[in-house]
Design a protein around this ligand. Sequence first.
Ligand code: HEC
Ligand code: HEC
Ligand code: HEC
Ligand code: HEC
Ligand code: HEC
Length: 438
Amino acid sequence: MIRKLFIWGNVLLFLFFLIAIAKDTFRPWMPYQRNYRRMQADAETGDTQKAILSRPIEIKQVLATDLGQVDRCITCHQGMDNIATPSLTNNFTENPYKSHPGDYLQNHAPDKYGCVICHGGQGIATDFVGAGHTPHSEAQKEEWRRKYGWHPAEHWEHPMLTQPYIQGSCVKCHGNFESMPETQAAAQGKHLMETHGCLGCHQWHGWGGPISVDLAEETANKPLTRIDFSHSGLDAEDRTLLNWIQLHFLKDPWELNPGDPKALVNTEPIAPSGMQNFALPSAASPDAGPELSQDDAVALTTYILSAQSASIPHAYYVEGPPEKTFEQMHFSSRIQAGKWVYDKYGCAACHGLGAKGGRRNFNYLGLYEPALVKSVSNYTRDELRKKIQDGVAVLNKEDPKGPTPPLYMPSWKDKIKGDEMESLLDYLFSIAEKQEEF
Ligand code: HEC
Ligand code: HEC
Ligand code: HEC
Ligand code: HEC
Ligand code: HEC
């Protein structure tokens, strides 16, 4: 009996040994290296060809120590990096063999930057799925499913970024991104954030309004476990941070975050999201398309993703021009200066573009915030200044038993002062509609 066990045990051990060897010989990245070596060799003759054929098949990696990254992408993407794979010819046109488009690797030496700092993905992985490849279309997704058994990488929250989202990576290092041609989607996102009142409710690195989260410090780094996708309509596979952010501009946030206004589950009623529906036209141009287009949504998402935390050493950072203060701006008039102040503090968050139409506010008496163009002429200058300084913390409710309206008028006393305040008042009076008109 013991002898039998011993024999069978040895047979089993030998089998495991064979399997281990087989696994080692047929690792998923090996065929890519063999193919590339053969393709390179075929294009050469003599000693060069010999040199190529003697190159070992092995895991290749970049130790980007300064950036805290170990990237093995070039284990498959052989043609990319001339240092790891002396690129004798570089005219292979198919991924993963082709050379890198543009000057990106010339400007960012692969042995110092690696790949993941721009692309995202899981640098340490050596298989197609684990690397976190992201298809750029539904058709490509289907193709990848067939060819590579594609699915989102497990336990990995930073899949690769396709264009233009990859521009968010450039912003991490390029303070000059607003003037770079390659990063115009990110620049557009920043511009939209500054003109559509996002920072009247949200903050960006601590600066902004008190209503909701810091989009840079909290949202851009939100773990998936802290996101409630249950009303998003997204399939399990599409439940990414990128899609969560983007849906806030394409779908009604009341759908994404419906609260519990009738207190069906909670003991107190909870209002739905305080964020308006940007998929609708703005009150300033009711006949135009949505206030934020599909492209705008992509641009905002790109810019928000730029705030994903990364430790960038000083030597890797490119300074941009400093943000201009009110005093450094050259305005052609005080009214123009006041418009700038209105945008900067995100008054449009609640009073709309150009103060032309208040945003919705769940269970607020009248349901919409005041359209300042209509109400400002009821105020004297001193009254208006005081109103803006004091804010209105408690609002009247439409239904006294209903939830507290999610938005209130913040106090601006500590933020808007002196010339900024006076030009804001000039601006508001300049756009006020005359009483006779309605
Ligand atoms: C196991 C091999 C392998 C590894 C490891 C790998 N890739 Fe790939 N990659 C491929 C293959 C194969 C394709 C081509 C897919 C196709 O058929 O379109 C590809 C395609 C790509 C594309 C183009 C996608 C597109 O839109 O067509 C990018 C970008 C990319 N890889 C980046 C990376 C980065 C960054 C890493 C490291 C984090 C990496 N890859 C690691 C095999 C690999
Ligand atoms: C400085 C940022 C940056 C770095 C570093 C970088 N890439 Fe890219 N890569 C890009 C951008 C941006 C694109 C998209 C180019 C375009 O579409 O204009 C791209 C495109 C690609 C593609 C798609 C090529 C195609 O057209 O199908 C592959 C594959 C790729 N990169 C792999 C890599 C690998 C592997 C590394 C590391 C050796 C790397 N990249 C390093 C920014 C970078
Ligand atoms: C890890 C930081 C980092 C990332 C990420 C990064 N860059 Fe750079 N980039 C640099 C540094 C540093 C330089 C060198 C600047 C210099 O020499 O003055 C540079 C140089 C460049 C240059 C050459 C022109 C110049 O300003 O010197 C271009 C163009 C460029 N980057 C574009 C991009 C784009 C586009 C992306 C995103 C796809 C990107 N970079 C991502 C750090 C980065
Ligand atoms: C009137 C106030 C208000 C304005 C203006 C506003 N938001 Fe929001 N936003 C909220 C509230 C409240 C939430 C949290 C509830 C929710 O998820 O809908 C939120 C949620 C978000 C989220 C998801 C945050 C997370 O961590 O889950 C994103 C992303 C977002 N907003 C981006 C923006 C951008 C970009 C703009 C400008 C185009 C904007 N918001 C304008 C109030 C506002
Ligand atoms: C988070 C939402 C929010 C933001 C941001 C906001 N307001 Fe308000 N504002 C309100 C609400 C709500 C009211 C109505 C208060 C009430 O019912 O008395 C209001 C009222 C006002 C009024 C009085 C209007 C009237 O009809 O009596 C003025 C003036 C005003 N806001 C100016 C501003 C200015 C200027 C800014 C930017 C510096 C600003 N608000 C930013 C929510 C906001």
